[in-house]
Design a binder for this molecule. Structure first.
Ligand SMILES: Nc1ncnc2c1ncn2[C@@H]1O[C@H](COP(=O)(O)OP(=O)(O)O)[C@@H](O)[C@H]1O
Ligand SMILES: [Mg+2]
Length: 254
């Protein structure tokens, strides 16, 4: 396993309800340094909410989230911003600024953070576009890009801020299968080449089976399994089997 055993994220007995429904009902898990940690659950299972909890964008009703060993529940916005600086977020919808070029999109966060000489900024932008396979697109506008290209620019925009952890929300939703595999390869390559720690949430189980080191399955606010793809594929738990095989019949009501 390429992952070190360093704990990067730890969620401990998280509870979160919305409109009197428990979305997280005692969820605990750990994400190790350098691993691709997948979170699988059906639509509405609370995957996006979980990412928001990890970033401190919403507060749990009970439980703790630790990032690099530091408890983030109840921190002030200033302290949370310091924690969030460790995390790169790839949103479900690419969320690029439509009125800015690709280069300006990448420069935006950097400019806010520190004053870099223009030359250095340009070099960093080129380097990060190269990493995501978007070399030479600096002057393009988001409207000229395909869905997969936008996604990659969104990833570059997060990476350029040098995060320790990347969080992906349905990174391949709406992409054709070829573009989806380009994004999946990129997530894996960031782990292999840079030791990036990633949390990938999706309802696409096949995607996680092929890229994740471990997969956590969420159902009705609880973790029904958290294991390697190989172990999940061999699991005799009927819930896990239904997720893995994507069948309509089984204990999970669809
Ligand atoms: N801020 C919110 N406003 C409205 N509904 C919310 C909010 N947060 C969570 N929910 C509800 O919580 C459930 C889980 O949502 P979400 O985390 O988006 O699930 P997923 O990303 O797995 O599809 C849904 O039923 C959703 O309607
Ligand atoms: Mg979601």
């Amino acid at each position: 396993m390429s992952a070190s055993q360093q704990l990067v994220i730890k969620a401990s007995n998280l509870w979160y309800s919305h409109d009197a429904t428990d979305i997280m009902a005692g969820v605990s898990f750990e994400v190790h340094g350098g691993e691709v940690f997948g979170v699988m659950g059906m639509s509405g299972a609370g995957k996006t909410t979980l990412l928001r909890l990890l970033m401190g964008l919403v507060q749990p009703d009970a439980g703790e989230v630790f990032v690099d060993g530091e408890s983030i529940v109840g921190l002030s916005e200033t302290q949370l911003n310091r924690i969030r600086a460790k995390m790169g977020m790839c949103f479900q919808y690419s969320a690029l600024f439509d009125s800015m070029t690709v280069a300006e999109n990448l420069a935006f966060g950097l400019r806010r953070r520190n004053k870099l000489p223009e030359e250095e900024l340009r070099r960093k932008i080129a380097e990060h576009l190269e990493i995501v396979g978007m070399h030479g697109t600096e002057e393009m506008m988001p409207s000229e890009l395909s869905g997969g290209m936008k996604k990659r620019v969104g990833i570059a925009r997060a990476l350029i801020l040098n995060p320790d952890i990347m969080l992906y929300d349905e990174p391949t939703a709406g992409l054709d299968p070829i573009m989806a595999s380009v994004i999946d390869d990129l997530i894996v390559r960031l782990r292999d080449e840079f030791g990036m720690t990633s949390v990938v949430v999706t309802h696409e189980v096949d995607e996680l089976l092929s890229i994740a080191d471990r997969i956590m399955m969420l159902y009705e606010g609880q973790i029904i399994a958290c294991d390697s793809p190989a172990a999940l594929q061999q699991s005799e738990n009927p819930y896990v089997q239904q997720f893995v095989h994507g069948t309509a019949s089984g204990p999970i009501e669809v």
